[in-house]
Design a binder for this molecule. Structure first.
Ligand code: AMP
Ligand code: MG
Length: 318
């Protein structure tokens, strides 16, 4: 059920039911972050592996402080500049946080989402919201209320409609547990922007192995459409497929040989932020074309292009 008012949203959460929430990154599947039973439903509905921890959301750093969670100085600098926004901080967990949120880890991931409706909802709630993306594990993340309603509508209390996500990629995750801040997931805030504020590089060694246990959500197969997806140029695939059998996700320009109705151009002006915002919707659309293969162009490996390439390469392990 798609809903639009906060009173209904609150009621669903207070009853221990799941509510899909809009954020600027992707839609989240939220439960009362202090209610273990409600949180267990997130894992059940998403078919999410039990070892994959969730992100806790609230509307201010003060709230997190009240719950025993503290950001070190470097994280505070980032929060001052980018929160509310698409950055998640991993910090030591407090007693108050149920183990099911952190999947048994001694650390917890926290974020302040930048969406007016959800900030208002969070301000009215006496608890944080535990929320991963609102999709079945391994499938493409939702960026509209309708995406969620179609996949999970019958299984959850409601979907709060806040329009299309403005960033369209999950948050960038940075851990502050070790001396040097560690990048755990590429996302909607660029590495360049983060390093600029920190004045030093992030430790990126945890990104190399996608199946590393410290960021279990970085499982290598993720965001998978049903149609085979590969990265490259259409010309590279002519041995096996002809142009009519291809769908193409392009950055700036369509391919002259593929039927135009089978192509999704993400930003004709070459804007990586616009491309990121449209990416997941485009993967969904390409999947509906019933082509034999979806080919996605490789994006420039800078700014949000890195996170776009990361999501495409995971989608391409199907
Ligand atoms: P999702 O919102 O579905 O993308 O999932 C939340 C992401 O946060 C996953 O990639 C998790 O691995 C990551 N995450 C949550 N808590 C932690 C934590 N304590 N340490 C490292 N990564 C975490
Ligand atoms: Mg997810």
């Amino acid at each position: 059920m798609i809903i639009t008012n906060l009173k209904d949203a609150k009621q669903i959460l207070e009853a221990g039911e799941l509510l899909a929430i809009p954020t600027e990154t992707v839609y989240g599947l939220a439960a009362n972050g202090f209610n273990g039973k409600a949180i267990a439903k997130i894992y059940e509905v998403k078919n999410r592996p039990q070892f994959n921890p969730l992100i806790l959301h609230s509307n201010s750093l003060e709230r997190f402080k009240e719950w025993g969670l503290f950001l070190p100085e470097a994280a505070l600098q980032l929060a001052k500049k980018f929160s509310p926004g698409p950055i998640t901080f991993v910090v030591p967990k407090s007693e108050l946080i149920p183990d099911i949120v952190t999947a048994g880890h001694t650390t917890v991931a926290i974020r302040i989402p930048n969406h007016p409706l959800v900030l208002e909802l969070l301000a009215q709630l006496p608890f944080p919201l535990a929320a991963p993306s609102a999709n079945i594990s391994g499938t493409v993340s939702p960026t509209t209320a309708l995406h969620v309603e179609k996949q999970l509508g019958k299984l959850i209390g409601g979907v709060l409609d806040g329009g299309a996500c403005t960033i369209g990629l999950e948050s960038t995750i940075v851990s502050f547990v070790h001396e040097q801040a560690q990048l755990l997931r590429l996302g909607g805030l660029s590495v360049e922007a983060i390093e600029d504020v920190l004045g030093m590089p992030l430790d990126k060694s945890k990104l190399i192995n996608n199946d590393n246990p410290e960021a279990p959500g970085m499982l290598s197969k993720h965001y998978a459409p049903a149609t085979k997806l590969r990265i490259g140029n259409p010309e590279d695939f002519l041995d096996e497929y002809n142009y009519d059998e291809m769908g193409f996700i392009a950055f700036e320009k369509a391919n002259p040989n593929i039927p135009i109705s089978q192509q999704l151009v993400l930003s004709t002006s070459g804007d990586l932020e616009e491309a990121a915002q449209k990416l997941f919707g485009a993967i969904r659309e390409a999947d509906r074309l019933k082509v034999k293969i979806i080919i996605a162009e490789e994006f420039p490996n800078e700014h949000l292009g890195r996170a776009i390439n990361d999501r495409l390469s995971r989608a391409g392990r199907n």
